[in-house]
Every structure is written in C-alpha cells, then in structure tokens.
Design a protein around this ligand. Structure first.
Ligand code: ZN
Length: 396
C-alpha cells in the first residue's frame, strides 16, 4: 500500500496516512488544506480538542468508512476505526445507529448514506430549491447547515440524528468535499425511451443516481497502449504519474477518484514547472500551494450566515454538473427499478480538451475552494455568538 504523507504545520508534525480507495484522496486533500489553514489558530485548537487530536484530513474519510458497517447485522459490534479515540468511535456508532442503512417500514427516519448528496436535475439554469425534484429533507444541502448549527450550539447535541459536536465536525469535513463533486449535486434524468431529458418539462423520467448506473468510455480508453501499466482506466494519462483506482468505469467513481488523481497530477506538473523548482513535487508541496494561494471566487455572499453556504455551493456547481453530462454521449440506456443505466461515451468537444483533462482542471478548482471553505465554515460555526452563550457552566 502506498502512503500519503500530510504535513500539518511548519513541517514539524507528519502523519502517514494510507490512501483509501473511492474518493478518499479528494477528501484527504480538502481536509489537509483546512488543517494547514487552521494550524496555530484558536479555531485549529478547538478542532484538535473536539476531534481528540485527529486531523481533519483523517476525519474527512470517516463518513465513508462507516458505510462499511452497513453490511453488518444490526447488533454486530462495529470494527474499531478510531483505535485510540474510544469516545469518538462510540459517538460514530451512535450516529450510525440513529441513521441506520435501511429505513423501518413507514418510518421517516433517514439513512446516513442519503446525507452525502442531492439529485437536482443537471440541466441549464437548474437551482437547488428545497422540496423540488431531487431534493430530500436530509440531503447534503440540509445536512451541512445541520452540522453548522450543532457546532454553533443552536441545535442540541442530543438531537435525533445523534450528531454531537465532534460528529458534526467529522461530517462537515466530509460533506464539504462531497458538495464540491459535481455528481454529488447534479443528476441526469432519462425518458423511458432512454433520452436525456429535463424532468421539469413533464413526462416520466428516471434518475441515473449521480452517474452510478453508467459506464464511462473515454477517448483514450480505446487505445490500451496509452496505458502500458494497465492499472488506470482513465486517470493520470495526461501527466501519467499517479495511477487511478476507481471502481471499473463507473461515471460517478470517475469523478470521485480519477478526476482527483488527474487534478493532483496537473498541480504537481504546475509546481515542477516553476523556475526554481527541482525534482518531483511532493504531496506536502501540493497541499501547501493549495493552502497558501487564494482560490478564485471562493467566498460566500456578503453577510450570508454559514447555514446558507451549502445552498450557494450547490447552485454554484450545478452548471458544472450539466457540462459533465453534456460532454458525454449516452447510449444503451435501460430503465430498471426506476433508475437509468447504460454507457456514457466522451464527445469530441470544440475546445479540444479531453474529458479527463477537463475534469482534472475543474476538480483542481473545486478541491482548492473546498479546502478553504471547510476552514471558513468551521471557523464561522465555532465562533458564533450562540456558541459563546452556550459555554456557561450548565452541567446538562
Ligand atoms: Zn460521501
């Protein structure tokens, strides 16, 4: 197993972290940017206290790791994922138990997997409007502000979802990454004849669940010689350094993993091309570059509270979701169990940019903004007036 080293602050503290498959590299990158931005600040100290010393980079992958528990029987003990942090582990188990993988019949209780996405139609001019098609009461756009309110003391830690302050921080570290992945927000809808449609124009339509039902076929996949190692379906070709580990050719996984690998390869190349740079760019250099240079247009609307930010971010990324579909040709579409699946083939675009390269460029921007925004939303949540007001010595 390859290990990724993430620097926390001033090159004094290093953590060796395994690279987990399926999106973990993107989440760790976002968490590591926020760790670096908050190092040495009062907010950073509060984060360290709440997370019992684990970093945001490590915390960022836990919401996906507990999905592995969904395969266990209800009362089976959960594997220890936070060995030296028994209280955090206990709180994560309570969170999982309160939001179990399958709904009891007739119950409105959500399942924790629903918290990671929303399915707003990926069509021109689309916006997230609560209650409209593709939104759910407990989707990612609702769960981010829920976590913010818990951290700010506006929602009691004894809430029905069992989201305590440490769990809220763990979930935020993950959800802020997910909401910057276009297929976690926008969703394609197909007619029963298998054509891509705008569902708001009427007629029955079927979702593709964030691309999970589609095989992605890229132009460079057709030439196996372009990938002599055979360990990468699509990522890393334009710069060819990191290898991709996405699950087969699934379109959703492509954006979770291959696009992130491509983005980081592009960043490494950019750093290596600097006049004074020598040798290969390291992971620490990539994180430091992302943490130290301000992303374009990352700030929330003036005076908007942090509970509004998730909706702004969702609306910002929807046009990119639309383009992520428009750059593909859908074929062999079948409708089964109310869901669409089939093949998604890369189109030749007038800009001449390949799907892999384009997705890498967009993902660079998104990871960059997500890291800065994670630090900012944590800071804003922990420093609200209410959180100060909650401190008095109530023993409750
Ligand atoms: Zn997720």
């Amino acid at each position: 197993m390859r290990f990724r080293i993430i620097t926390l602050s001033c090159a004094t503290l290093f953590l060796a972290m395994p690279v987990y498959p399926y999106g973990a590299l993107g989440h760790e990158t976002v968490g590591a940017i926020a760790d670096m931005k908050l190092a040495g600040t009062a907010t950073g100290a509060q984060v360290t206290k709440l997370l019992d010393g684990i970093t945001l980079a490590r915390a960022s992958v836990l919401a996906d790791e507990i999905k592995g528990w969904d395969r266990l029987k209800k009362d089976q003990p959960k594997p220890i994922i936070l060995k030296n942090h028994p209280q955090l582990q206990e709180q994560l188990v309570a969170f999982w138990n309160a939001n179990p993988p399958t709904k009891a019949k007739g119950s409105d209780a959500p399942t924790h997997k629903e918290f990671h996405y929303t399915d707003v139609p990926a069509v021109d001019g689309s916006k997230y409007v609560k209650g409209n098609l593709g939104t759910e009461p407990y989707d990612i756009v609702q769960m981010i502000p829920f976590c913010v309110r818990v951290l700010a003391g506006e929602e009691p830690e004894t809430n029905d979802r069992k989201i305590t302050k440490p769990v809220a921080l763990i979930l935020l570290a993950h959800y802020v990454g997910d909401i910057h992945q276009p297929l976690h927000v926008g969703n394609a809808y197909f007619s029963s004849a298998g054509n891509l449609v705008n569902p708001s124009k009427g007629g029955k339509s079927f979702p593709d669940h964030g691309g999970n039902g589609f095989n992605i076929i890229l132009a460079d996949d057709k030439n196996p010689k372009s990938n002599p190692q055979g360990d990468s379906k699509s990522g890393g070709k334009s710069s060819g350094k990191k290898s991709s580990k996405s699950k087969g050719n699934n379109l959703h996984s492509f954006w979770d993993t291959d696009a992130v690998v491509e983005a980081l390869n592009q960043l490494e190349k950019m750093i290596e091309s600097q006049p004074k740079h020598k040798g290969k760019a390291t992971d620490e250099e990539v994180i430091a570059w992302l943490a130290n240079s301000e992303p374009v247009e990352w700030k929330a609307k003036a005076k908007s509270p942090p509970t509004d930010w998730a909706q702004q971010w969702a609306n910002e990324i929807l046009p990119m979701s639309t383009q992520a579909h428009e750059r593909l040709e859908f074929s062999n579409v079948t409708i089964k169990n109310e869901s669409a699946s089939g093949d998604a083939t890369e189109k030749k675009m007038p800009d001449g940019i390949s799907y892999t390269e384009w997705s890498g460029q967009r993902t660079q921007e998104e990871l960059h903004k997500a890291g800065w925004r994670l630090a900012e939303i944590i800071e804003a949540s922990l420093n609200t007036k209410n959180s100060e007001a909650q401190k008095p010595n109530s023993k409750k």
